[in-house]
Design a protein around this ligand. Structure first.
Ligand SMILES: *[C@@H]1O[C@H](CO)[C@@H](O)[C@H](O)[C@H]1NC(C)=O
Ligand SMILES: *[C@@H]1O[C@H](CO)[C@@H](O)[C@H](O)[C@H]1NC(C)=O
Ligand SMILES: *[C@@H]1O[C@H](CO)[C@@H](O)[C@H](O)[C@H]1NC(C)=O
Ligand SMILES: *[C@@H]1O[C@H](CO)[C@@H](O)[C@H](O)[C@H]1NC(C)=O
Ligand SMILES: *[C@@H]1O[C@H](CO)[C@@H](O)[C@H](O)[C@H]1NC(C)=O
Ligand SMILES: *[C@@H]1O[C@H](CO)[C@@H](O)[C@H](O)[C@H]1NC(C)=O
Length: 347
């Protein structure tokens, strides 16, 4: 306490001290202005931008005050542990944009040292491997863009990586253009999701379990257009969710692809019968039943024919006889008409 007082007393009026602090400020700002090679730095917005430099390497030596880092067109095949914070330093970074960098692998703790990060854009890469601990430490993350970036293998690994407890503040998850066949989220209650974008994928059906998970989240808005929905009775729960609920923000553009007859029809415009499993089952059962009955009738008919083969032969013979008799009558009449003498003989 005493020392501090003396320092204050001795420092404030001193000219030498003023000069020293000015010098310090100058040094400080010069230091802050260091900008990584191949990047441009906007000091006022604390933004570092590095575009189209395939040779760039991580970690970049950026000022700790940097709040936005934009890296595009680099050739970063893997984001390794601590890819953005050298030597365990902590950055103030709020926004990290990493689209179009040919990133294929995200290793565990890749985003170490970025506890304030709110926006992470990993779109337009080629993720084949995402560590279970890839997103660890991103406790403040609000927006995660993963559009047009997942290979099928990456998509299989994603649910695990998203299961980390770190992402509990995540509000917007963008997953469009990934050829996803299912929602790659194991649990929705890990997040605080308000927007889930699943447009332009390969989702054919959304099962009952996913619908009931979605039902638990009242604030969520889900986008699902441009998926090839198969409109059969498996879609029943989803159909009612679309109809009864406004949580699908683009429900009018959620269309059937199959069956052919319903292609292009909005799912919510289907009739109840179209997605009614009991109805469909009954229909199937009734067709099977009809088939069996027809087959039985056929078999019985063949049996009757077979058992009656003697009688049928006789019957056929009778017919033949009758025909012959008839023919003979005609013959007779004909002959009678032409030659009365022969007719007499025949009789
Ligand atoms: C990107 O890096 C990989 C190796 O990490 C290399 O094989 C590839 O040629 C590079 N591509 C470009 C465009 O530089
Ligand atoms: C990290 O540590 C290495 C030596 O281990 C040093 O050369 C480098 O300058 C350090 N980087 C930062 C950003 O502190
Ligand atoms: C993909 O994400 C980016 C964010 O970088 C966004 O601007 C873009 O609109 C998204 N694309 C689609 C098709 O949603
Ligand atoms: C849909 O996603 C594919 C990649 O899966 C992409 O090539 C295409 O441009 C996207 N279409 C639209 C309309 O965003
Ligand atoms: C959604 O459905 C998929 C496939 O059936 C399943 O793997 C996933 O766990 C489900 N997610 C939720 C949150 O219900
Ligand atoms: C949706 O609403 C219909 C009536 O409009 C009702 O019969 C059906 O049970 C509801 N389904 C769900 C899942 O709430």
């Amino acid at each position: 306490m005493e020392r501090k007082k003396t320092w204050l007393v001795s420092c404030v009026p001193s000219r030498a001290c003023l000069t020293a602090s000015l010098l310090y400020l100058l040094i400080c700002s010069v230091r802050a202005e260091t900008c990584p090679d191949l990047c441009t730095c906007a000091e006022d917005s604390a933004t570092v931008t590095c575009l189209d430099s395939p040779e760039i390497e991580l970690p970049l030596d950026v000022s700790q005050r940097t709040s936005t880092l934009i890296l595009r067109g680099a050739n970063i095949s893997a984001l390794r542990d601590g890819a953005f914070s050298a030597n365990g330093s902590v950055l103030e970074l709020r926004t990290l944009r990493l689209s179009w960098n040919n990133i294929q692998v995200i290793e565990a703790h890749a985003f170490r040292g970025l506890p304030r990060l709110q926006r992470l854009d990993l779109s337009h890469n080629r993720l084949t491997a995402v560590s279970v601990q890839a997103f660890c430490g991103l406790d403040e993350l609000r927006f995660l863009w993963l559009n047009n970036t997942l290979t099928p293998r990456g998509a299989r690994e994603l649910p695990q990586a998203l299961s980390t407890g770190s992402l509990r503040n995540l509000q917007t998850l963008e997953l469009s253009g990934n050829r996803l066949k299912a929602i790659p989220i194991a649990r929705f209650d890990n997040f605080n999701l308000s927007t889930l974008v699943l447009t332009n994928n390969s989702i054919e059906t959304i099962g009952k379990n996913n619908v009931s998970s979605l039902n638990e989240f009242h604030g969520i808005r889900v986008y699902l257009s441009m998926n090839p929905f198969r409109c059969n009775c498996e879609l029943e729960a989803f159909y009612y969710w679309l109809k009864n609920d406004s949580r699908c923000a683009d429900s009018a553009r959620v269309l059937c692809k199959l069956p052919e007859a319903k292609s292009g029809l909005p799912v919510e415009k289907l009739r109840k019968e179209d997605v009614d499993c009991v109805n469909a089952e009954l229909e199937a059962v009734s067709y099977v039943f009809l088939g069996i009955v027809l087959a039985l009738i056929g078999v019985v008919f063949l049996m009757v024919l077979y058992l009656n083969r003697g009688g049928i032969k006789r019957w056929l013979n009778n017919i033949r006889e009758a025909c012959r008799d008839q023919m003979e009558v005609y013959h007779y009449r004909y002959e009678q008409d032409s030659d009365p003498r022969l007719a007499n003989v025949a009789v």
